[in-house]
Design a protein around this ligand. Structure first.
Ligand code: APR
Length: 244
């Protein structure tokens, strides 16, 4: 099928869908200037995200991990939601049964006004106490190294789900529910290699949803989805809301 007819088909599906779920990854924020993880821009010194975003890395060298998060905070603080974030927020307002699952920790969906969302990998603007577990907002750029808990003075960590850690139970439950109940799953800008999110397209498909992928490049999920639109999220997602 041509790109034009794929776009029309997806718009038809969206306009008749009762329940819509959207899954986003770093690709949707790339157009805002946030580096993706598996792209060439994702480098920081000579470390890979996978080597810093782990509980073991934090235990070994919490200062190094906080320096890396400070670098990311400085970068993300200068960014704004783009047309794709804004279109996802408009979709939420248009559809009563809507849920957004994002793997992004940059907070740009919230900045765009999205409210029905699960930030399944956490949020870079939140910190959590390594001892008492208290979570609080923290927008300091840079954040003091090492930051301390106001309640118990223990070291704070980023409120981020790291490699080797489980998603929060409430997020997993919510995701299972919205993936099983949706008529359409839109998968936007994720390489589809990090679980559990990498398995979400397949869960939705098994329960009968129409699954569409929007990405610059093919992914491991491309073979199982019903339709793929290749291109930049900021160009394609707004088109989905235009009248048929
Ligand atoms: N529009 C659409 N897609 C894009 C764009 C764009 N402008 N730019 C890049 N992409 C695509 C890339 O082709 C790639 O498939 O977005 C995807 C980004 O993939 P990753 O960098 O792997 O990001 P993501 O899938 O979100 O990573 C998942 O891995 O490191 C962890 O916790 C981190 O949440 C992250 C998780």
């Amino acid at each position: 099928m041509s790109r034009g007819s794929d776009l029309t088909l997806l718009k038809e599906k969206l306009s008749s869908a009762g329940a819509i779920t959207v899954l986003t990854g770093a690709g949707i924020s790339a157009d805002s200037g946030v580096p993706t993880f598996r792209g060439v821009d994702g480098l920081w010194r000579n470390y890979r995200a996978e080597d810093l975003a782990t509980p073991e890395a934090f235990e070994r060298d919490p200062r190094l991990v906080w320096e890396w998060y400070n670098w990311r905070r400085e970068l993300i603080a200068t960014t704004r939601p783009n047309d794709a974030h804004r279109a996802v927020e408009r979709l939420e307002r248009r559809c009563t049964d809507f849920w957004l699952i994002t793997q992004n920790v940059d907070g740009l969906h919230r900045d765009a006004g999205s409210q029905k969302l699960s930030e399944i990998h956490g949020n870079i603007w939140k910190v959590r106490c390594t001892d008492c577990g208290a979570v609080e907002d923290n927008r300091d750029v840079p954040i003091a190294i090492l930051p301390r808990c106001r309640r118990c003075d223990s070291v704070l960590r980023p409120h981020i789900v790291w490699f080797g850690e489980s998603l929060f139970a409430k997020d997993l439950e919510q995701c299972a529910m919205v993936l099983r109940n949706c008529d359409i799953l839109l998968v936007i800008g994720t390489s589809g290699v990090v679980y559990p999110a990498a398995g979400f397209a397949s869960i939705a498909k098994q329960t009968g949803a129409f699954v569409a992928e929007i990405n610059l490049d093919p992914t491991p999920q491309s073979a199982l989805v019903d339709l793929t639109l290749h291109g930049r999220a900021k160009d394609i997602v707004p088109l989905l809301l235009e009248p048929l």
